[in-house]
Design a binder for this molecule. Structure first.
Ligand code: NAP
Ligand code: G4F
Length: 340
């Protein structure tokens, strides 16, 4: 039975990846940091009591900022695969907490790589790094692929750039099987509520129920949004490839934040029209109520305008075949909220 460690097990992606690996008969070890309130909602359905016989799912307290905790978990588990999904993953927050973001995302990755090397596990472990399309940031090349020049535009993206290159450096310097999945935005019912897709869905449902205005930031940013579960299958595939390599994973389709609002509004039966420009832009419903307005608070000091994936390499080498459309994704997210 293969053993895998997942950092970021309590996050959106960690929870999907854990399900996928358990189905493939892995022994899964998740690293979770201590929180004052229990935050295992996304993995409660796969949790196993400590006294269960034949357990194959384990949680370990650990912190990406704490080398000792990372080292001892890797030493005790002796994993075959490590998926580094843990991160301060919010781009806007990274402008407020650039040092912490770098400590977790950049140095956290280095700590894992160094632990693998110190424990002499270079020939045993395969390492997956959760890299991001944010690396492309201000790139003018459309669509973006593995050869597109990086132009990170936030402390988050810069921390991920360090981790990206450190992953390649351990591959080239020491022969570690280490790969970057450069994933474009991916969403699901488990998406954190401060990311724009989840915020829009919850916000428009709230408008429908309570007539409360949804405040957003930049409406014209364009993203390539896919489904997190499908992308975690790709993460697993990346580590099963014959050689360690870096892959772009996305849907190859693009929508603006404004278009996403329109799609959600249509699905839940709010008829909207846009009025005004820039900070004054609003969406109104057929009774002239304001549904969406812009609030400066949600604008970023620097923005990534235009992301869309070219996944030719993954299609060819990993047989990446993504056919989930955005409307189905939105429907799944809305249904989940309504069931709650
Ligand atoms: P997420 O929902 O924010 O989950 C992040 C996970 O990291 C959570 O489990 C979080 O724990 C954990 N974490 C945060 N700080 C930590 C620390 N100091 N030590 C240990 N664990 C820590 O993010 P996600 O959407 O699942 O994304 C997974 C990874 O993919 C991240 O690295 C993200 O940057 C990257 N990525 C995401 C996307 C996307 O569109 N979702 C695209 C490209 C790349 P808590 O639950 O305690 O907060
Ligand atoms: O949903 P977002 O916060 O995601 P963002 O910044 O693209 O980052 C996500 O995807 C990356 C992959 O490309 C990951 F690496 C990263 O970890 C994270 O998962 O914002 C999407 C767009 C941005 O342009 C933002 O400015 O939506 C715009 N936006 C407009 N109003 C807003 C809002 N974003 C948020 N979070 N909240 C708003 O009110």
């Amino acid at each position: 039975m293969k053993k895998a460690i997942i950092t970021g097990i309590t996050g959106q992606d960690g929870s999907y990846l854990a399900e996928i690996l358990l189905k493939k008969n892995y022994e899964v070890h998740g690293i979770k940091r201590r929180t004052s309130l229990i935050n295992t909602k996304r993995i409660d359905h796969i949790y196993q009591e400590p006294d269960l016989t034949n357990r194959n799912f384990f949680l370990h307290y650990g912190e990406l900022t704490d080398f000792g905790s990372i080292l001892s978990i890797i030493q005790n588990v002796q994993p075959d695969e490590i998926y580094n999904l843990g991160a301060q993953s919010h781009v806007a927050v990274s402008f407020d907490e650039p040092e912490y973001t770098s400590d977790v995302n950049a140095l956290g990755t280095l700590r894992i790589l160094e632990a693998i090397k110190s424990l002499k596990l270079i020939d045993k472990v395969k390492f997956y790094q959760a890299s991001s399309s944010e690396l492309f940031g201000g790139s003018i090349e459309i669509p973006q692929n593995e050869n597109t020049k990086f132009y990170p535009k936030s402390p988050y993206a810069i921390s991920k750039l360090f981790a990206y290159w450190m992953t390649i450096n351990y591959r080239e310097s020491y022969g570690l099987f280490a790969s970057n999945g450069i994933l474009f935005n991916h969403e699901s019912p488990r998406r954190g509520e401060t990311f724009v897709t989840s915020k829009i869905i919850k916000g428009l449902l709230n408008f429908k129920k309570n007539n409360k205005i949804l405040y957003l930031g930049n409406l014209s940013a364009k993203r390539d949004w896919g489904h997190a579960r499908e992308y975690m299958n790709a993460a697993w595939n990346i580590l099963q490839h014959d050689t360690p390599e870096d892959f772009c994973i996305g849907s190859e389709k693009q929508y603006s934040v404004k278009q996403f609002v329109e799609l959600v509004a249509k699905k839940i039966g709010i008829n909207i029209n846009w009025k005004g420009n820039g900070l004054e832009e609003i969406a109104i419903d057929s009774h002239n109520n304001t549904v969406v307005a812009v609030n400066e608070r949600y604008l970023r000091p620097s923005e990534v305008d235009n992301l869309i994936a070219d996944t030719s390499k993954a299609k060819k080498l990993l047989k990446w075949d993504y056919d989930f459309n955005i409307e189905d994704l939105i429907e799944e997210m809305i249904d989940y909220e309504l069931q709650k």
